[in-house]
Ligand binder design. Structure first.
Ligand code: F6P
Length: 327
């Protein structure tokens, strides 16, 4: 082992995601395995600035692999966006003799880490944890699989009542800038239409589709709307449709934060465990300012800056087939 790293700190930051606890567990236990001391930082960058640290050992992370949320808590820190905030953060790391940090979070977390590294040259490694799946350099982010399963469970239930009443349901799922959850769950639940930030489907297009439904005798319909869709979200789309089709019975469900909770899926637990170990082994091999991605069932490292480029395109084949099978 070539490492000069004696002590690391781990934190979760940004929106929580199922699988974060499993990742913390893997980070802590692999650090202990490689004789590296480990501390947890509470509340992400906010706790780092406030010097809110806790010593951790293999037993501190017992019985958390199956729980959602994050035992270390999380935050979206405004102060860390300032030079002064990042200076305080660096001082906390010095006070606690930390040699490197493992950050579990999404694009905001990693963009902040990249600036922090430029200013303080402090070793950091990232694990992608966000239900949105909107990071480059990885096929999946932690929480995306679990959130997708939560969404399809809810939409299946809504379909039962939609069928019973011949109603048109608009279901809004998370994804401020990305339609990964919408596309995946829209396919899995047999949605009539999926509205995504990545694709321009106008209200007129939607109306054409509804007219076609009449001829194909579709009676109940589910429209999955990503939060960041250009038409303005599920309520707005439903209102515009209702304006044109007064006779249609339309209903809106915003799934909201229920999507972020719950016990992580098997896929998320295993990926979190593999990423956590890879992060520690990566640090010991000298990887710094990198994120552990997961590509073709293998952990892979890429530069943090490349992970946050916004260059994680929606799967065009999925988009194409979603239209074929929803006729
Ligand atoms: O975690 C990512 C995300 O779930 C986005 O899809 C959503 O827009 C946002 O977080 C909501 O964040 P908050 O809980 O801070 O309102």
């Amino acid at each position: 082992m070539t490492n000069k790293i004696k002590k690391i700190a781990v934190m979760t930051s940004g929106g929580d995601a199922p699988g974060m606890n499993a990742a913390i567990r893997a980070v802590v236990r692999s650090a202990v395995y490689y004789d590296i001391e480990v501390m947890g930082i509470y509340r992400g960058y906010a706790g780092l600035i406030d010097n809110d640290f806790i010593e951790m050992n293999a037993r501190s992370v017992s019985k958390i692999i199956n729980s959602g949320g994050t035992m270390l808590k999380t935050s979206r820190s405004k102060e860390f966006r300032t030079v002064e905030g990042r200076k305080k953060a660096y001082e906390s790391l010095e006070k606690n003799n930390i040699d490197a940090m493992v950050l579990i979070g999404g694009d905001g977390t990693f963009a902040g880490a990249d600036i922090f590294h430029q200013e303080h040259n402090f070793p950091v490694i990232g694990i992608p944890g966000t239900i949105d799946n909107d990071l480059a350099c990885t096929d999946y982010t932690l929480g995306y699989d679990t959130a997708s399963n939560t969404v399809i469970d809810s939409i299946d239930k809504i379909r039962d009542t939609a069928n019973s009443h011949n109603r048109l349901f608009f279901i809004e799922v998370m994804g401020r800038d990305a339609g990964f959850i919408a596309l995946r769950t829209g396919i899995a639940t047999g949605a009539m239409t999926i509205l995504l930030p990545e694709e321009d489907i106008s209200i007129e297009d939607l109306i054409k589709q509804l007219k076609k439904n009449k001829t194909t005798r579709k009676t109940s319909s589910i429209i999955v709307v990503a939060e960041g869709d250009a038409n303005g979200g599920a309520y707005e789309v439903a209102r515009k449709i209702k304006d044109r089709y007064k006779h249609l019975e339309t209903k809106v469900t915003i799934l909201g934060h229920v999507q972020r909770g719950g016990s992580p899926s098997c896929f998320d637990r295993v990926m979190a465990s593999r990423m956590g170990v890879a992060a520690i082994e990566g640090l010991t091999k000298g990887f710094d300012k990198h994120m552990v991605g997961f590509i073709n069932d293998q952990t892979r490292f890429c530069r943090l800056a490349d992970a946050v480029t916004g260059n994680h395109p929606i799967n065009q084949e999925m988009l194409r087939i979603s239209k074929i099978i929803s006729i």
